[in-house]
Design a protein around this ligand. Structure first.
Ligand SMILES: NC(=O)c1ccc[n+]([C@@H]2O[C@H](COP(=O)([O-])OP(=O)(O)OC[C@H]3O[C@@H](n4cnc5c(N)ncnc54)[C@H](O)[C@@H]3O)[C@@H](O)[C@H]2O)c1
Length: 378
């Protein structure tokens, strides 16, 4: 018999759907002690929340997250709201003794993130942040390769996250669907939204980042604000590039923009080591590119590993070797690992404390872009 874990999810947008899908599937593919139960979904519009609840099988609806947190029948709170609400909900959820799953970035800035870490650590509640790309099998496999020492000493880490959806000057900022352009809701632009993913993966794969030098640009300076109806200054970074040094001595190069015409969600990374290199591309997410300098000279070259075999991370849980899985499965894997950690009473990363590291790098990047100087992290 599995033990129920009653989920209360706040926000039913893009991530609300991705997480609900993961909760519904996880026990069909993973043997776990716990079973998520879709107990309640919370959003301000009761009719829309009810429609979402009916589609995804939630038992009930709340329109105020404080009422959700007050419910005794909710064990775990899943925060799928815009970034400016993460802190208040997470701190209140910790005080209410709830297990917490929080979307990324952890917070609007490191100060908020610190408060959130203190709250979950004081309340001793299990917590995790949805940096889901760690659990794409090819990315998890990259981690195994690096940890086994097969790359040798690492010299370079290079990552991009490129999109093109905000190029039109007519696009408004703020409100449903466009809160990412509103600094008051998002905290920052591509730095907290996209580079945060690249930084989380990088720190996980290659260790801490010590200092950074960055530049940002806001190409469209003013946009109509959907909530006020007025044309207002745009406060987010539309594009950001930074150089950094890792604690292990390697050099990092990161770029993100929403102005790379033709790219929708091109997240890539490449790592160059003394003995070998690897690279990965979200558009072809089940493949890991591998170059091994130890291969006999004439046969040496990049090879493309189809990460779908039974001995690749997570893949034995799915279909048969050779058959690919996709984006949604990274969320299923995160839920599976988290539930396994709950059963074993062990923390599962990225915890709030892990995600705070990424937040500190984002803060240093934004501070450096402002001052024009190299900036230490933390
Ligand atoms: N892990 C990832 O890959 C990933 C991808 C996308 C978004 N995110 C993160 O997930 C979070 C949500 O992003 P999204 O794309 O799902 O946004 P979205 O706009 O699609 O959905 C946001 C939801 O929050 C709800 N909401 C807003 N204010 C609320 C309030 N006061 N009370 C209750 N509900 C409220 C909205 O009604 C909406 O349902 C953000 O923090 C974002 O950075 C993470």
């Amino acid at each position: 018999m599995t033990k129920p874990l009653n989920i209360g999810m706040i926000g039913y947008g893009f991530m609300g759907r991705a997480h609900s899908n993961a909760y519904r599937k996880v026990n069909n593919f993973f043997d776990l002690e716990y079973r998520p139960v879709l107990k309640a979904v919370c959003a301000r519009d009761a009719a829309k929340a009810k429609a979402f609840a009916d589609t995804w099988g939630y038992e009930s609806v709340e329109t105020d997250w404080k009422n959700l947190l007050a419910r005794k029948d909710i064990d775990a709170v899943d925060i799928c709201t815009p970034n400016n609400l993460h802190r208040d909900i997470a701190i209140a959820a910790a005080e209410a003794g709830k297990v917490i799953l929080c979307e990324k970035p952890l917070a609007m800035n490191s100060e908020e993130g610190e408060e959130m870490c203190r709250a979950v650590e004081k309340a001793k509640v299990p917590n995790i942040v949805w940096y889901n790309y760690r659990r794409v099998p090819a990315v998890t496999f990259a981690k195994q390769i690096i940890d086994s020492g097969k790359l040798g000493k690492i010299f370079h880490y290079r990552a991009n996250f490129l999109q093109d959806w905000t190029i039109s000057a007519d696009l408004p900022q703020g409100g449903a669907g466009l809160w990412r352009l509103d600094v008051a809701a998002a905290g920052s632009g591509v730095t907290g939204d996209l580079l945060a993913h690249c930084i989380d993966t990088a720190v996980w794969l290659n260790g801490g980042i010590s200092n950074v030098t960055a530049m940002t640009e806001t190409f469209i300076k003013e946009r109509k604000h959907n909530l006020t109806g007025k044309v207002e200054k745009v406060g987010i970074d539309d594009a950001c590039a930074f150089l950094c040094r890792f604690d292990n001595g390697s050099l990092g190069l990161f770029e993100s923009t929403r102005y790379a015409r033709g790219h929708k969600a091109l997240y890539t990374f490449e790592i160059n080591g003394e003995k070998a290199s690897i690279k990965w591309d979200l558009h072809d997410l089940h493949r890991l590119q591998w170059f091994d300098h130890r291969t006999e000279g004439p046969l040496r070259g990049w090879s493309s590993i189809h990460v779908t075999d039974g001995d690749h991370p997570y893949m034995a849980k799915w279909w048969v070797p050779g058959l690919a899985i996709g984006y949604e499965h990274s969320f299923v894997h995160q839920v599976a690992d988290f539930l396994d950690g709950l059963a074993k009473k062990q923390p599962v990363g990225p915890t709030f404390r892990d995600a705070l590291e990424t937040q500190k790098v984002c803060d240093a990047v934004l501070a450096s872009a402002k001052s024009g100087a190299w900036t230490n992290v933390g």
